[in-house]
Design a protein around this ligand. Structure first.
Ligand code: CTP
Length: 404
């Protein structure tokens, strides 16, 4: 009974996927939750309240008043009662109303009064999902701290193929279970995360860089912030956004800027996770004018950059934790162990370029975590979000338990 005694408000809106909400309610109840359904007027066109109240054992709430006896349904009480509000399916119209506080039905007033975390599982046609207003509304809802359960891609009710189909009830249940399983938090812990590549300037228009997308570091930042940490994210040039209000982002370009930003804040941190793919070298001199093509070979002398991980390893005081990454192509474990030792890291996360779907640019990663006691834990290929959760669980809560 993973959800024993959890109070869940399940919001249902007017989408064809509303029929899936019945299975979802059933799964939540089987897992031990008490479920109160709030449905919009158009939601009732797609699934009947009778089916839903039979499943949950509670009358479905839809209107502010019950017409025959004048009973007033308090959205404020529901906001206090719930441990979680889950809106599945959420239509484009509901997302827009939630993002903008247009409280014209019981579901939106309940949302605005909600004291518990809110999860939203959108469902709509692919073009509606791809519309900039939907994208903006989802971004706004994320910025309020709501958790979006991204729709899946596949065949839609319109028979078109694309992204917009509500995630399957079994998957949503997994997200809800994982959410409640995360009892351990990083409340108020200060964590530095470096992410992305660095660009080392050659001249005003050219640089030396690498393929790092920053996705792993950003997923770690979101995961730590989601667990209550105050995150400082030092990000190289990446095309990513942060959503969580507990993430302070410092954008940098070069390894030297990343070094200065990281060393500047580390003294105040409880931990640092060094996920950035920092360039080991930079051009010894930067041309102030664009380098012109000539007939001769061009040689650019390179000079080493400072090693941020090793410098923080030297600065590290008792109680501070340092986690590094190693991306290897050969002698993986030996190289990772050597780096952990040399840079005075507490943990090193190893990802191999030999694994399909792991490393740069991918949305997935396959890692092993090594610690100073010579222990090693291997994980299967997972989304970077799940990998971020595994890393946090392992380094903060599993082996050394330094925050207890
Ligand atoms: N790192 C860093 N600053 C650098 C270089 C690396 O903070 N200037 C960090 C990375 O963020 C990562 C770890 O050190 O956490 C390993 O980086 P890597 O470049 O693989 O280590 P190197 O010692 O440079 O080893 P090599 O290039 O020989 O593989």
């Amino acid at each position: 009974m993973t959800l024993k005694d959890k109070h869940i408000v399940l919001g249902i809106t007017g989408s064809i996927a509303a029929y899936k909400a019945a299975s979802l309610a059933r799964l939540l109840i089987k897992a031990g939750a008490e479920v109160q359904i709030v449905i919009t007027p158009s939601g009732k066109e797609f699934i009947t309240p009778v089916t839903l109240s039979a499943l949950t054992g509670k009358p479905v709430v839809s209107e502010f008043f019950t017409a025959n006896d004048g009973t007033w349904h308090s959205h404020v009480d529901l906001g206090q009662w719930a441990d979680l509000m889950l809106i599945a399916p959420a239509t484009a119209a509901t997302l827009g109303k939630m993002a903008n506080g247009i409280a014209d039905n019981m579901l939106i007033t309940t949302y605005l009064s909600m004291k518990a975390p809110v999860m939203i599982a959108p469902a709509m046609d692919l073009d509606m999902f791809a519309h900039p207003s939907t994208t903006r509304n989802i971004e706004m809802l994320r910025s309020y701290g709501n958790i979006i359960i991204e729709p899946a891609a596949g065949e839609l009710a319109s028979h078109l193929i694309g992204k917009g189909r509500m995630e399957e009830p079994e998957k949503i249940l997994e997200v809800v279970e994982a959410f409640f399983a995360k009892k351990e938090t990083l409340d108020k812990k200060k964590i530095l995360i470096t992410a992305g590549p660095t660009y080392e300037k050659i001249d005003p228009v050219r640089f030396i860089g690498n393929y790092s997308s920053g996705k792993m570091g950003f997923a770690l930042a979101e995961e730590c912030a989601g667990r209550g940490a105050e995150v400082t994210l030092v990000a190289g040039p990446v095309a990513l956004k942060v959503n969580h209000p507990n993430i302070k982002r410092i954008d940098v370009e070069s390894a030297e800027q990343m070094y200065n930003a990281s060393v500047g804040v580390f003294g105040d941190m409880d931990a640092a996770i060094l996920c950035a793919a920092v360039a080991d070298f930079r051009p010894a001199e930067q041309y102030t004018q664009k380098v012109k093509r000539g007939e001769d070979d061009l040689t650019i002398a390179l000079t080493p950059n400072k090693d941020i991980a090793a410098s923080l390893g030297k600065m590290k005081k008792g109680g501070q934790m340092l986690v590094g990454f190693a991306l290897e192509t050969n002698d993986e474990e030996a190289n990772a162990l050597r780096k952990m030792e040399k840079k005075n890291l507490d943990y090193i996360v190893l990802n191999s370029l030999n694994d399909a779907g792991a490393g740069f640019q991918h949305d997935t990663n396959k890692i092993s975590i090594l610690n100073r006691n010579g222990e090693r834990k291997d994980f299967p290929l997972k989304s970077k979000k799940e990998v971020a959760s595994d890393i946090i669980e392992e380094v903060f809560f599993s082996l050394l338990r330094p925050f207890k």
